[in-house]
Design a protein around this ligand. Structure first.
Ligand SMILES: Cc1cc2nc3c(=O)[nH]c(=O)nc-3n(C[C@H](O)[C@H](O)[C@H](O)COP(=O)(O)O)c2cc1C
Length: 420
């Protein structure tokens, strides 16, 4: 040990500042390992944790490797963002990257009650209040573009909109409407081949508006059973044209949309979310023989397009089947830009393990709802506050802020932040 340290000290003198720093970390880790072997109590070296180190995402330098996962919170009355939402995102701006709640690129995609859109100027102006607040605090934010497709209800849509999908197959189960509470999903209208370019263009226009609104980029929502995943999955896509049938045909709409958005705003501003082995919002997307082939193909093609990140969801913490390690490994092998893993991460140890493996960044959902200062809590080993599912998508008796912006920081100070 002593000789090793002498030679280490000698080597330090020959290195640059950055190399010396990394070398010191290495020495500390070796000492840590030595003590662990010798039976000494474990020592926590916060310094050596990747999680709190800055990370590069295309042109952006993120404050840390924690991402706030996209979460629909249904507070956007009239499908327009508001001051309460701006406050909510500001409170959580210490995440390395925030991904907004699912936001529709078109009136037809607004399937859920009170979700925001990003297709008109009023929405742009109000989203700008959100992005300015996050940037003011040193954070970064992507908007998740979510077209709900068949997962919706006419009562949740504006008057001139309609439910559309790859095929006229209803999603299983029911959904909430403010007017008539729970309702069956209606049968959507199958998009005609000549309409697909229009839907693709809605994503493109929305991505351009996202930059106008000050977002750092967009995440295409191709997970959880919404429109883009409806194209990927044979249970929702039974088209007989070049957008249905084989793995390549089913992937075509997603890849064409990704390519068009990349051409419009640049690959370094475009990420995508995928949920292999998920069952979709209606829990009716049964597993099939070509899942791994589909996602390996997508990963390869998305890498060719140069997307800045691929965000994989594993919803086993919410009762869905786990994503097999082999699927993650195959995606990781084909997609060499930033890989975000998400689902069920709650502790520094779990996150570090993911970062030591396939993940470049780790996204966290529900704990961010009840812990606006999640990064600080994890850094300081402070216990996480529990979240209340009753106010995930609906106001409490005290209004829309309840269960939304009224969770305090750990230091008992209100999480409220105002722009200077
Ligand atoms: C209230 C709520 C809303 C959600 N909304 C979205 C959404 O809009 N888009 C999306 O991709 N995932 C959505 N999700 C899934 C989360 O992004 C995340 O994958 C999930 O909560 C599992 O991660 P966790 O265990 O860290 O919470 C939502 C989850 C919750 C709890």
């Amino acid at each position: 040990m002593g000789r090793a340290f002498l030679s280490d000290r000698f080597q330090l003198t020959k290195k640059t500042g950055a190399e010396q720093f990394m070398y010191l970390l290495h020495l500390i880790q070796r000492l840590h390992q030595h003590l662990a072997v010798a039976g000494a109590p474990r020592i926590l070296f916060i310094m050596s944790k990747q999680i709190f180190e800055p990370a590069q995402l295309g042109p952006l330098t993120l404050l840390n490797r924690l991402v706030m996962a996209p979460m629909t919170r249904s507070r956007a009355l009239g499908n327009v963002p508001n001051e309460l939402m701006a406050e909510y995102y500001r409170q959580r701006a210490s995440a390395g990257l925030l991904i907004s709640e699912g936001t529709s690129p078109a009136p037809n995609g607004l399937g859920y009650a009170r979700i925001p859109g990003l297709f008109n100027q009023e929405q742009v102006e109000n989203w700008r209040r959100v992005t300015e607040g996050v940037h003011h605090l040193g954070g970064h934010i992507f908007v998740q573009l979510m077209h709900a497709g068949r997962v919706g209800h006419g009562l949740n849509l504006p008057a001139d909109a309609e439910l559309v999908a790859p095929s006229a197959i209803a999603s299983a189960g029911q959904m909430w409407t403010d007017q008539q509470q729970m309702q069956d999903h209606p049968v959507p209208r199958a998009l005609r081949a000549d309409e697909l370019a229009t839907v693709r263009d809605e994503f493109v226009q929305s991505a351009k508006l996202a930059l106008e609104a000050g977002f750092d980029g967009v995440e295409l929502h191709a997970a959880n059973g919404y429109l883009l995943e409806q194209f990927l999955h044979p249970s929702a896509n039974q088209r007989t044209d070049e957008y249905g049938g084989s793995v390549r045909n089913r992937a075509r709409f997603v890849l064409e949309t990704a390519a068009a958005v990349v051409a419009a705003i640049g690959a370094e501003r475009v990420g995508i979310r995928l949920s292999p082995w998920g069952l979709g919002a209606g829990q009716d997307m049964a597993h099939h023989a070509e899942i791994d082939e589909t996602y390996a193909y997508l990963a390869e093609e998305l890498q060719k397009l140069g997307l800045v990140y691929l965000h994989l969801v594993d919803h086993s913490s919410m009762g869905a089947p786990a994503v097999p390690a082999g699927t993650v490994a195959a995606v990781r092998e084909k997609f060499t830009n930033t890989l975000i893993l998400s689902g069920g991460y709650e502790s520094v140890e779990q996150i570090e393990k993911a970062l030591a493996g396939a993940a470049d960044l780790v996204a966290i959902g529900r704990p961010f709802i009840s812990n606006p200062d999640l990064v600080e809590r994890l850094k300081n080993g402070v216990a996480l506050a529990p979240y209340d599912p009753a106010t995930f998508y609906a106001p409490g008796p005290d209004g829309f802020a309840q269960g939304y912006t009224d969770y305090p920081n750990a230091l008992e100070t209100p999480a409220t932040t105002t722009l200077a």
